[in-house]
Design a protein around this ligand. Structure first.
Ligand SMILES: [Zn+2]
Length: 222
């Protein structure tokens, strides 16, 4: 497993502490300290499952885990942001992921702001509001069709199209469903891949090819 703090590969070596049972089932905390000397932080998971009994000791822990969350660090279940993405885009996205379960509308406000930053910085679009910016990027035909379709749907979230005043400020809070807030995060994840990850892969491949060409005494690829 990877340590959720430092992302270094470590061997899971959790100690279980049985908490007891409630109407939902039996609960345990699992804890370990990351062995990476530059990290050494507690990784703590809370889980519930079926009781695990030991001879003459009664219930000592749980098995057949049916629910588990990481409580330290408190992280989202979405995949981590690719390393190619600049922090100015990644930070809003990470926070939007983290609060998704607790407040979809706060998550959507952050992710709409993140989406607007990407469109302005990476697609060079600047209009008075996000809805118009989305239309502009669709009109530009610069995105693959699956991406332009999914970004188009963002405009219907929180009913922006019907309430243009609401859409003028991306930080504005509007009512959204969990699935809608999640949709914006999915769109941003695809845009991260399109604008950051794929160009970096292409650049690295081109550099490797040009090195081979140079070693063979040939001119580089344009
Ligand atoms: Zn660590």
């Amino acid at each position: 497993m990877k340590c959720p703090h430092c992302r270094i590969e470590i061997n899971p070596d959790f100690q279980e502490e049985y908490l007891g049972s409630d109407i939902q089932g039996h609960w345990s905390l699992f804890r370990m300290i990351c062995p990476n000397p530059e990290c050494e932080k507690f990784i703590i998971e809370l889980a519930s499952g079926e009781p695990q009994e030991a001879h003459r000791q009664g219930i000592v822990g749980i098995r057949d885990i049916n629910y588990k969350i990481t409580v330290n660090p408190l992280i989202s279940s979405r995949p981590p942001v690719p390393t190619e993405v600049d922090n100015k885009f990644a930070s809003d996205y990470k926070e939007a992921c983290l609060i998704l379960t607790f407040s979809p509308k706060a998550s959507a406000a952050l992710s709409r702001r993140c989406l607007q930053k990407i469109l302005r910085d990476k697609a060079g679009i600047k209009k008075s509001d996000l809805s118009k910016e989305i239309q502009e990027v669709i009109n530009s035909n610069s995105l693959p069709s699956h991406l332009s379709d999914s970004i188009d749907a963002v405009r219907n979230i929180g009913n922006f199209a019907a309430h243009p005043i609401k859409s003028t400020s991306t930080g504005e809070i509007v009512e959204v469903e969990f699935g809608e807030a999640e949709w914006i995060l999915d769109v941003i994840e695809s845009l991260f891949d399109f604008y950051f990850v794929q160009p970096a892969i292409l650049k690295a491949k081109k550099a490797a090819l040009n090195k081979k060409l140079a070693d063979a005494g040939k001119p580089p690829m344009k």
